[in-house]
Design a protein around this ligand. Structure first.
Ligand code: NAD
Length: 504
C-alpha cells in the first residue's frame, strides 16, 4: 500500500479533509513512493486555532527556557541526522552528503536561536528627560507562518521557525508538497524536544501540507500576523501582495540567476573546481547556484571553457544514495522536461551548446529524473535563457571584455540573489563588492550563503519585502517593538503642558 503523509497539528497527526492529495516521487526511480494529503481551508484554520491557543503560554516562557528547548531540538536533529538525510534524498533526489549539508545549515540557525535571550535584550535610556527613562522591548507577533520550496526542505523551514519560535511565536509551516516528509519529522522532533526540556511545545509548531488552497488560507487568515515565503519569483510576488493586502507582515524570497565573474588573474584551477560544484551540485537546484559564468577577456574565456569541458567529463551523476556521485536526479519529470526545453531554446536562440546533457540516461534507473550536465558558450544578455532561471545542471558562459561590463551584467539582471568574483586582485574585488547591484556577494567564494548569525536575502526580483532571513534581521521580522517612556518625577507633581513634549 502507498504510504500516506498527513499534517501535524497540536502534537498529533492531522489527516487532511479536502479529499485532495499529491504524489511524492522517488526521483531515482520515477515511482510514486507516497501520497500527501492536501489541507483544506478548514484544516488550516484548525492548525491556526491550536497555534493561537498555545501562543500566550509559549510567549510567556522565559527566553532562557525557550532556548533550552532549542538546545534539545539541536541535539535530537543531530541524533537523527542520517535518518533525516536519507529521507530528504529519497524525496528530493540530492545526494545524501548534500542532504546532510541541508540539515546542517538549518541547524546552524537553530544554534543562533539557542542564543535568543541575548538577541532579545531591548534598549534602555536612563534620564531621557527629567525623571524620564525610555526602554524598548521586542515582543512576539502571535501566530505566524512559513511557506517553503522543495529545494531545501530542512534548511529553509529551520531558517524560519528556528527564529520565529525562539522569540515566542507559534508557527504554521506549509512545506513543499514535493518533499514533505523531512519538515514533518522536524516538527515531530520539536515536540519531543519540548518534552525532554520540560516545556510543553505541542501547540508551538504545526505542519499543513498542500498547494495554493492551503497557501491562500494562510494568506487570508485574520489570526496569522506574519508570513515568510521562499520559492519562485512570480509566486513570491503574489504572496507579498496578497499577504500585505490582508494586513500581514511579509517577506517573500524569489528566484535567482547568480553570476560568477572570473578575472584574468584568478586561480583557474581552483575557480573551475568551484564553478563545477556551484553550477552542477544538487543538479543546479539551488537558489545560490552559479548558472552563469562571466570570464573577462578572450584568453580567460577560452581557457575557462576548455577546463570546464574537461571537468564535466569527470563529473559523476548517480542515484542519490551513491556516495561517489556528485549530483542526483532532479525533483520531478516535469522539472526535467522544463530544463530540457530551456536547453533547446538556448540552441534555438543562437548560443553555442558545447555539452548537451539531455541524452543522459542512468543505467538501471531509466525512469528516474536524471539529466546530464550542459554547457553553453557565447550566451548573450538579450537571450531568454539568460534572463530566466533554469534551475537545472546548465552552465552558461557570457563573455565580457572589461570589469565594468562584468559588474553590469549581474547588476542589470532582473534577479539579484547572489554573485561571486574570482580574482587575486583585492582592489578589483573590493570595487566589485561595493558596486554590484546584488544582495549577497562572494569573493573567491562560489556560494556565498551567509552564516546563520548574519542574514540571507537577495535584491530585485529575488526578494520582496524589506527584511532578510535569520540573524538579527530575522529577530526583527518575527517581533514587534514596544517602546515605553516612563516618568518618575522627584516631587509629587511634574509640569504638564498642552504643547507636544520636547527634549529641549
Ligand atoms: P514554488 O514557487 O513552486 O513553490 C514554493 C511554495 O509555494 C511551495 O510551498 C508551493 O506549494 C507553493 N506554491 C506553489 N504554487 C503556488 C501558487 N500558485 N500559489 C500559492 N502557493 C504556491 O518553488 P519551488 O519550485 O518549490 O522552489 C524553487 C524556487 O525557489 C526557485 O525559483 C528558487 O530559486 C527559489 N528559491 C529561492 C530561495 C531564496 O532564498 N531566494 C531559496 C530557495 C529556493
Amino acid at each position: 500500500m502507498t504510504r500516506r503523509i498527513e499534517g501535524f497539528v497540536a502534537g498529533k497527526s492531522a489527516k487532511a479533509t479536502s479529499g485532495r492529495e499529491g504524489d511524492v516521487f522517488n526521483p531515482n526511480t520515477g515511482e510514486v513512493q507516497a501520497k500527501v494529503g492536501f489541507a483544506s481551508a478548514a484544516d488550516v484554520d484548525a492548525a491556526v486555532k491550536a497555534a493561537a491557543n498555545a501562543q500566550p503560554a509559549w510567549g510567556a516562557v522565559n527566553p532562557q527556557r525557550r532556548a533550552r528547548v532549542m538546545f534539545e531540538f539541536k541535539r535530537l536533529v543531530e541524533a537523527h541526522m542520517e535518518e533525516l538525510a536519507e529521507l530528504l534524498s529519497s524525496e528530493h533526489g540530492k545526494v545524501v552528503a548534500d542532504s546532510r549539508g541541508d540539515v546542517q545549515r538549518g541547524l546552524e540557525v537553530i544554534e543562533f536561536a539557542c542564543g535568543i535571550p541575548h538577541a532579545l535584550k531591548g534598549e534602555y535610556t536612563e534620564g531621557a528627560g527629567p525623571g524620564i527613562d525610555v526602554y524598548s522591548m521586542r515582543q512576539p507577533l502571535g501566530v505566524v507562518a512559513g511557506i517553503t520550496p522543495f529545494n531545501f526542505p530542512a534548511m529553509i523551514p529551520m531558517w524560519m521557525f528556528g527564529v520565529a519560535i525562539a522569540v515566542g511565536n507559534t508557527f504554521i509551516l506549509k512545506p513543499s508538497e514535493k518533499d514533505p516528509s523531512v519538515p514533518l519529522r522536524l516538527a515531530e522532533l520539536f515536540v519531543e524536544a519540548g518534552a525532554a526540556a520540560g516545556t510543553d511545545t505541542t501547540g508551538v509548531l504545526h505542519v499543513v501540507h498542500g498547494d495554493k488552497i492551503a497557501v491562500d488560507a494562510i494568506l487570508t487568515h485574520p489570526e496569522i500576523r506574519a508570513v515568510s515565503f521562499v520559492g519562485s519569483s512570480d509566486i513570491a510576488h503574489y504572496i507579498y501582495q496578497t499577504g500585505a493586502a490582508n494586513g500581514k507582515r511579509v517577506q517573500a524570497m524569489g528566484g535567482a540567476k547568480n553570476h560568477g565573474i572570473v578575472l584574468p588573474d584568478a586561480d583557474m584551477e581552483q575557480t573551475v573546481k568551484d564553478l563545477l560544484g556551484a553550477a552542477y551540485g544538487s543538479a543546479g537546484e539551488r537558489c545560490m547556484a552559479l548558472p552563469v559564468v562571466v570570464p573577462v577577456g578572450k584568453k580567460t574565456a577560452d581557457e575557462l571553457r576548455e577546463r570546464v569541458v574537461a571537468g564535466i567529463e569527470g563529473l559523476k551523476v548517480g542515484v542519490s544514495t551513491d556516495a561517489q556521485a556528485q549530483y542526483g536526479p532532479v525533483v520531478s519529470s516535469a522539472h526535467r522536461k522544463k530544463i530540457a526545453d530551456y536547453i533547446q531554446l538556448g540552441k534555438d536562440e543562437g548560443a553555442e551548446l558545447v555539452v548537451d546533457g539531455r541524452g543522459f540516461s542512468m543505467q538501471g534507473y531509466e525512469k528516474g529524473f536524471f539529466i546530464g550536465p550542459s554547457l553553453f558558450d557565447k550566451v548573450k544578455p538579450e537571450m531568454k535563457t539568460y534572463n530566466e532561471e533554469i534551475f537545472g545542471p546548465v552552465l552558461q558562459i557570457v563573455r565580457a571584455e572589461t570589469l565594468e561590463e562584468a559588474i553590469d551584467l549581474p547588476s542589470k539582471h532582473q534577479y539579484g540573489n547572489g554573485v561571486a568574483i574570482f580574482t587575486r586582485n583585492g582592489r578589483a574585488a573590493r570595487e566589485f563588492a561595493s558596486k554590484v547591484n546584488v544582495g549577497m556577494v562572494g569573493v573567491n567564494v562560489p556560494i556565498p550563503v551567509p552564516v546563520a548569525y548574519h542574514t540571507f536575502g537577495g535584491w530585485k526580483r529575488s526578494a520582496f519585502g524589506d527584511t532578510n532571513q535569520h540573524g538579527m534581521e530575522g529577530v526583527k521580522f518575527w517581533t514587534k517593538v514596544k517602546t515605553v517612556t516612563a516618568r518618575w518625577p522627584e516631587g509629587d507633581q511634574a509640569d504638564s503642558s498642552f504643547v507636544i513634549p520636547t527634549m529641549r
